[in-house]
Write a protein that binds this ligand. Structure first.
Ligand SMILES: [Ca+2]
Length: 146
């Protein structure tokens, strides 16, 4: 009886872990199948003073990456001065800036020109929002299927 309860609690704990596994602040992601990354604390609220960097890579040198933002998007809107998510077409801060986003309107989809995308999330010490969620996958065209 008691063992059963412990088991249920343990399974519940695993489920919670599962739900938050994409919740990390940054990381290197090699795409094997479509998945997603989110700002920490999404969809409730991100913590203060974050600086998260993700680098998404497609395995093939000629593959491109497609990202889509979840419509539930919410970052402090002060001309993106304090909180923002930035997408760059490349592997680091030197990559071509695709966009720097904040506010409540989810950005449109982005397709990389190479096989890597750089994503940076920054928050300051006050005023938070729900954050963002990005679904990433390998961009499919007739050409890239070869
Ligand atoms: Ca803020």
């Amino acid at each position: 009886m008691h063992c059963g309860l412990v088991f249920v609690l343990f399974m519940g704990f695993l489920l919670v872990l599962e739900a938050f596994k994409n919740d990390k602040c940054g990381g290197n992601i090699r795409i094997s199948s479509p998945s997603y990354l989110t700002s920490p604390g999404y969809p409730i609220s991100y913590p203060p003073t974050q600086r998260c960097v993700w680098v998404i890579s497609a395995p093939g040198p000629h593959q491109r990456i497609l990202i889509n933002f979840n419509p539930h998007f919410d970052l402090e809107d002060r001309e993106c001065k304090y909180d923002y998510v930035e997408v760059r077409d490349g592997v680091d801060e030197n990559g071509q800036l695709v966009g720097k986003y904040c506010g409540k309107i989810a950005p449109s989809a982005v397709v990389s020109s190479g096989n890597q995308l750089f994503i940076k999330f920054v928050s300051d010490y006050e005023t938070h929002g729900a954050g963002f969620s990005i679904r990433y996958e390998i961009f499919k065209t007739e050409y890239s299927r070869i």
